[in-house]
Design a protein. Structure first.
Lengths: 302, 288
């Protein structure tokens, strides 16, 4: 009786006190989250449906006009195709190189630290540094052509040939980024129980059979995770063409979708149209990511 | 007997091929790196000379001297200013991220309050929002706040990232409750328990999160390119690319700039490679 009365007057039971503490601890983060993440996500949906030109100062609801414009905009489709091409090639290349590297690291055992440290190193560099190095390396008078010519092969116009420029950027991006999927695969490979390999070997399975029948199926979640996240990251390619090919050259052969969004918004200040393109791309990728998280429910472990 | 011997040979061969593959891959990674570092210490005449020199015959600091003392367009600024900007922005922002996300992570790991699960998953959904969708709305927000061409635009938005919350929560969950209970008996407040018990115990996790945040903010290119437009505000990676426009024909100087931009991150990587590797392998974060 007395205690109840005390509680009622104080109202701060330990449980309540803890809840208040919880909200207080959360408050600063929540503030930044609402302002810098939730807010922009909401306004992304609004921007896509307005005519909003910064220089002219227009701002009015225009329904689906931006999306209609998108359908008729040749550059949008060229950029979309280039980005897809780049993303597929880079994702495939990265996955294969990273998987081979991870398998090699795993097989040479604990002595692999030096290799691992070297192979991951480019991942920590900025795209601006990578872009500058490769713009030099890949130039017609660059080191790579000099090396090719030294062994009697004709130089390649890496960044100037419309058919080669995207594979060149892709190659560079693989050099830059394969260390990350490599570590993910390495972690997955270490998680495969050793007795499974033993059993396969006793059954007389060869190396190739072990790889395709034991290893790959068991690291499938990691493979799926890498393929999806890599694809999402690389379809948003921007720094590479911005730095290497002066915003998408030669012509529009390396012009990508994020470059198109960037130019529409920050060169022509057509925020509504740029927003509509960004939203379309964003929603497609969001669904893509959602699918992946559904497929990987167990792997991601919250 | 025969099959045994051939097995031994086959194993040796596989091992040799594996090593050869890794060595070639490592050389492919190292070669451009050595090459730019080499060129940054070479005078222009040697760079242009054929056959190509990979290592400088007579190393010189002229390129660094030039890049650090050249005054950028009209203003009395040099690359040193960009370096300062990068250090300042990255430092303040990283500190903010560590404080704000570790507090939120602590709430999710250690405190009970209504709506916790829902909030956690709601916030976590932000993982799935692709960067390109936020570019324009974030820019408009910066404009509305009057933050275009200020360092605020680089410092504060990273504090909304959920990765830190998730990462710190995982770590706090693993700390035994007995320690916190002892602190409660000693009469510590909720903040006291976080500050004096949990945070000191989580030093490795805080360090790892700090390293990732540092690398991410230091290297960022697109966002600073969009929100900064004056020479005096730029960070190193963006400054470097702008700077190249004028100096592209001076290879040694450009390479010196690349070396200055990457030296801090490579240093951090070499010192903390173990923590970085472990965190990437455990959480699956840190790629692009």
């Amino acid at each position: 009786m007395i205690r109840q009365a005390a509680n009622a007057s104080q109202t701060l039971t330990p449980k309540r006190r803890e809840a208040i503490a919880g909200y207080l601890f959360l408050a600063p983060y929540l503030f930044f989250f609402l302002v810098f993440l939730a807010g922009p996500v909401i306004s992304a949906f609004v921007t896509a449906f307005v005519e909003w030109e910064l220089l002219r100062g227009t701002y009015r609801f225009n329904g689906l006009e931006n999306f209609q414009l998108m359908m008729e905009d040749d550059l949008f489709w060229i950029a979309m195709r280039n980005s897809l091409y780049f993303a597929i090639m880079t994702t495939a290349g990265n996955t294969v190189v990273a998987l081979c590297a991870a398998l090699a690291l795993k097989s040479i055992g604990p002595g692999h630290t030096l290799f691992r440290v070297i192979l991951y190193a480019p991942v920590v560099l900025s795209i601006s540094v990578i872009g500058i190095i490769f713009r030099r390396l890949l130039s017609t008078f660059g080191l790579i052509n000099a090396a090719l010519e030294a062994v009697g092969i004709d130089g390649v116009n890496w960044l100037g040939d419309p058919n080669i420029v995207i594979p060149s950027m892709s190659l560079m991006t693989i050099w830059w980024g394969f260390g990350f999927p490599m570590l993910i695969f390495l972690a997955a490979l270490y998680a495969v129980p050793e007795p499974l390999y033993e059993a396969a070997r006793i059954d007389g399975a060869g190396r190739w059979a072990i790889l395709t029948r034991v290893t790959l199926p068991l690291i499938r979640p990691a493979l799926l995770f890498i393929i999806v996240t890599q694809f999402i990251a690389h379809i948003q390619v921007f720094g590479q063409p911005y730095i290497l090919t002066q915003e998408g050259g030669p012509g529009y052969s390396s012009y990508t979708i994020v470059l198109h969004i960037y130019r529409t918004a920050f060169r022509y200040f057509d925020m509504g149209y740029a927003g509509a393109m960004a939203l379309s791309l964003g929603v497609v990728m969001f669904i893509f990511a959602l699918l992946q998280f559904r497929l990987l429910g167990r792997y991601t472990e919250y | 007997m025969h099959s045994n011997a051939s097995m031994v040979w086959r194993n040796r061969l596989t091992k040799a091929v594996t090593y050869a593959f890794l060595i070639i891959l490592a050389l492919l990674v190292l070669f451009p790196t050595v090459w730019i570092v080499g060129q940054s210490f070479m005078p222009e005449e040697i760079i242009l000379k054929r056959p190509i020199h990979i290592l400088p015959p007579e190393p010189t600091l002229d390129n660094f001297d030039e890049i650090l003392n050249t005054k950028l367009s009209k203003q009395e600024l040099s690359v040193l200013r960009w370096m300062f900007n990068s250090v300042y922005v990255t430092g303040v922002s990283t500190f903010g991220v560590l404080l704000v996300t570790s507090m939120a992570g602590y709430a999710f790991a250690r405190l009970r309050f209504p709506g916790k699960q829902l909030l956690f998953f709601g916030l976590g959904a932000s993982f799935l929002v692709p960067g390109v969708m936020l570019l324009i709305p974030s820019f408009m927000l910066m404009r509305a706040l009057g933050w275009i061409d200020t360092h605020h635009a680089l410092i504060w938005p990273p504090l909304a990232g959920f990765f830190g919350v998730f990462f710190m929560r995982q770590f706090f969950l693993a700390i035994p409750s007995e320690l916190a209970e002892a602190a409660v008996i000693d009469g510590a407040s909720a903040f006291g328990i976080y500050w004096r018990v949990f945070l000191p115990l989580s030093r490795p996790a805080v360090a790892t999160l700090g390293i990732f945040t540092f690398l991410f903010i230091w290297n960022d290119f697109t966002w600073p390119l969009v929100v900064l437009n004056s020479d005096e505000m730029r960070t190193l990676p963006v400054g470097l690319v702008v700077f190249i426009g004028e100096y592209w024909s001076y290879q040694g100087i450009v390479m010196a700039g690349a070396v200055l931009t990457s030296a801090p991150v490579l240093l951090v990587y070499i010192i903390f490679q173990r923590q970085i590797t472990r965190a990437v392998m455990a959480t699956g974060f840190g790629g692009r």
